[in-house]
Design a protein around this ligand. Structure first.
Ligand SMILES: [Zn+2]
Ligand SMILES: [Zn+2]
Length: 161
């Protein structure tokens, strides 16, 4: 028996098998390493993606906060400071026409014609509205409902000038 295993042919065959087995083990090890490396790379990519998503979400939150800050409203005192006058059909308001105020006889919010002695408010953007129409609007937004010009900004600039 020992002669059979010790024979050169058997030794050569055993050598070939051993070589094949070693090659197989190396191949498996290499593909396993490649697989784990790919998994790790995928995990890293996922983590980077998660981080980017978190960053975008954070920026979105900041942007939403900035937008909500932009969409601020006027205080009752600020609304009170806006120039207003009693509408009169007899009065042509030459001074208001001269500075470019809206001379339309219709309120841009309720679309009704001004009646005699209606209280009309002039915005810095030269648009005019009923007092009772523009006051609730400016309590919710600091922009002209007609042209979106910032009422607060223009008003404070005028105060500084
Ligand atoms: Zn109105
Ligand atoms: Zn306007």
């Amino acid at each position: 028996m020992s002669d059979v295993f010790a024979s050169p042919r058997t030794s050569a065959l055993f050598g070939v098998f051993l070589g094949l087995a070693i090659a197989l083990v190396i191949l498996i090890t290499m593909s396993l390493r490649a697989y784990f490396r790919r998994q790790a790379a995928r995990r890293r990519e996922q983590e980077e993606l998660d981080q980017e998503i978190r960053m975008v979400q954070h920026q979105g939150t900041l942007l939403a906060a900035a937008i909500s800050h932009c969409q601020s409203q006027l205080t009752p005192a600020e609304i009170e400071q806006l120039p207003r006058y009693l509408f009169s059909h007899a009065d042509s308001k030459p001074d208001l026409v001269a500075v470019g105020y809206e001379t339309s006889s219709t309120c841009g919010i309720c679309l009704c014609d001004y009646s005699e002695n209606d209280m009309v408010v002039n915005l810095p953007c030269m648009h005019a509205f009923h007092d009772q129409c523009i006051t609730p609007w400016l309590s919710a937004s600091d922009k002209c409902p007609f042209c979106s010009a910032a009422v607060k900004l223009v008003a404070s600039n005028e105060n500084n000038a």
